[in-house]
Design a binder for this molecule. Sequence first.
Ligand SMILES: Cc1cc2nc3c(=O)[nH]c(=O)nc-3n(C[C@H](O)[C@H](O)[C@H](O)COP(=O)(O)OP(=O)(O)OC[C@H]3O[C@@H](n4cnc5c(N)ncnc54)[C@H](O)[C@@H]3O)c2cc1C
Length: 385
Amino acid sequence: MQQFGLNEDQRLISDAVRTLAKEKFAPGAAQADRKYRPPVENLQVLAEHGYTGLFLPEAYGGAGLGLMDTVLVIEQLARSCANTAILFSCTDGATPRALLHLGSDAHKDRYLHRIAKGEVLTAWSMSEANAGSDVGNVQTRAVQDGDYLVLNGSKLWCTAAQVADLFLVLVRLTPAPGLAGVGAVLIDKDTPGFTVSKHLDLLGLRGTGMAELVFQDCRIPASNLLLPAGGMRQLFQVLDADRIAGNPPICLGVAEAALEHITAHLQERTQFGKPLAEQQGLQWKLADMAIDVEAARALLYRAAARVDAGEPSIVDTSITKTYVNQMAVRVTNEAMQLAGAYGLSEEYPYERHFRDVRGMSIGYGTTEIHRSSIARELLKGNYAF
Ligand SMILES: Cc1cc2nc3c(=O)[nH]c(=O)nc-3n(C[C@H](O)[C@H](O)[C@H](O)COP(=O)(O)OP(=O)(O)OC[C@H]3O[C@@H](n4cnc5c(N)ncnc54)[C@H](O)[C@@H]3O)c2cc1C
């Protein structure tokens, strides 16, 4: 089906990734989930096909494409394997985006070519035990010691930690209160004093290698400073694109997969002498799911198109993320219900679909925090509707 708002190249990318993911990544998706194993080999396949470094400029070996292309790739990956999609969204997302826009020439030369080739996988780490929505409460400290910074503290919920080579880490650099004292540093995985510690298992997305990070007198060259204290607003601006591309397309792709599977199931399964798909009550549920998926896709593509047109909007981002997150929970939950007991069985994809999208309304800013930012802009008169 032709998608509204896409050019011919974008349709081709979307179709090609859909075919590739269906053939290569879908068969291992359930095992990645059950064995808590990041399907990192899939990222190599994507690199071989030229899909890594999508948004990086050609000068760094990237494809120089827009946010819409990233959205399309992640949507199609998630349709076959959500864990592959989230690993891709990490390594082709926040950290290289921050490096590109905020890094020095030395930072870019050191990392971006290798990221574009898929040789360096990246993660980003903000959250701590007492710093979740309240990022200004980050307590991991980086103290200057001559030409070095010495880090002490620990981080939670770092997606892709177990497979990443490079970490962007938010640290407290000065005693200034809140975000004013917070900046960001780059940490290579083998740095002495840095440990990827306890594996953290959440309800879903079990193949993302999520872990705790620990820093004990970890010395890094002062040149690894990416962002000085007080620069967080700049980082948030850069990461706004990632709130569109790094999270909602995963929800959209998984919801599409759930709708596709349950549509086939209702046509195949017979009860009371006829396929379940012939029950009008169930047809209307399918129709509501399709309406929800299409509305979410329209919002998401619109938000990405506006960024690519140089008209980003915080409200667009928050509306899109909130709606797409909640749509995916509704759609995957309904698919489980319509599949009956099969919906709850690990032999079928429905329960995994539900588990995989449930946490997405918490990561990248909770739906409550995004609602607050929509209301703030609305009440300030910054949002025309
Ligand atoms: C799947 C997943 C992947 C993640 N990946 C990463 C990662 O790669 N790197 C990383 O650093 N972190 C990651 N996180 C952590 C994520 O960023 C935090 O979970 C998120 O910021 C929320 O923080 P919290 O869990 O401490 O909840 P809290 O901030 O404690 O919030 C608890 C509840 O209170 C609500 N709440 C809090 N403050 C307000 C307020 N002012 N107004 C209204 N409601 C409020 C929240 O919405 C939430 O419902 C991930 C989380 C998930 C679920």
